[in-house]
Design a protein around this ligand. Structure first.
Ligand code: PAF
Length: 211
């Protein structure tokens, strides 16, 4: 795999497909890592894993509104694209897909993707809207990128199971790969939302994790 020096950014599905098609014409395989940005070492591990499995790596940064309930943190979710782009380039990513909300959900968008089975219980008991939003955006992203392989963190294990089921049920040909959870020095799983925690809450989170 070649190391890119700076990271090209595309914001439309058309531009994304143009680049991916060019790579495929050249005989390159393509790996994909979907993210919501505010990247940390856990995301970079996914990018490196994609780089081991494919010749070219695409990452997406899209804070997906359909997986947030009205009372959740869509408005305040950390957004820092320039920093994310630098980190992605350093981890061996070749292209950043950072679409607008309008590109992903144009006026009149009404389609839902509902995954039964692995969506039941756990996260759904607390966030009933969540997997519907994840399934629709991941189905779209996988169709848009058309990668050979896509890498998801095992940290969100139920999400990984939902995505795998959805890709299998919808005959999406991208291989879905899980990658082990990255943890901090105290054993706490790395997460973009850890940025919301103060010292006392971090302590509690570490205790709850038994670390
Ligand atoms: O795990 C995430 O960051 C998101 O749920 C995902 C898979 C990028 C979909 O928005």
């Amino acid at each position: 795999m070649t190391e890119p020096t700076s990271l090209p950014v595309v914001r439309t599905v058309a531009a994304l497909r143009e680049q991916v098609s060019a790579w495929k014409r050249q005989g390159f395989t393509v790996g994909f890592v979907p993210t919501m940005g505010a990247l940390h070492e856990g995301h970079l591990t996914l990018v490196r894993e994609a780089g081991r499995r494919a010749d070219r790596v695409v990452a997406s940064v899209f804070v997906n509104p359909t997986q947030f309930a009205a009372h959740e943190d869509l408005g305040t979710y950390p957004r820092r694209e320039a920093q994310d782009a630098g980190m992605l380039a350093g981890a061996g990513c070749h292209l950043l897909f950072a679409p607008t909300v309008e590109e992903m959900y144009p006026d009149g968008f009404v389609t839902a993707v509902s995954v039964g089975g692995p969506s039941a219980g756990l996260e759904t008991d607390f966030r009933p809207h969540f997997f519907g939003g994840v399934a629709v955006v991941v189905a779209k992203l996988l169709n848009q990128v058309q990668a050979d392989v896509a890498v998801f963190g095992e940290k969100d294990y139920q999400q990984l199971m939902v995505v795998r089921r959805m890709a299998r049920d919808l005959d999406i040909p991208t291989e879905i790969v899980g990658s082990p959870t990255e943890r901090d020095g105290h054993g706490l799983a790395l997460s973009s939302r850890n940025a919301y925690l103060g010292e006392a809450e971090l302590e509690t989170a570490r205790r709850l994790n038994g670390v």
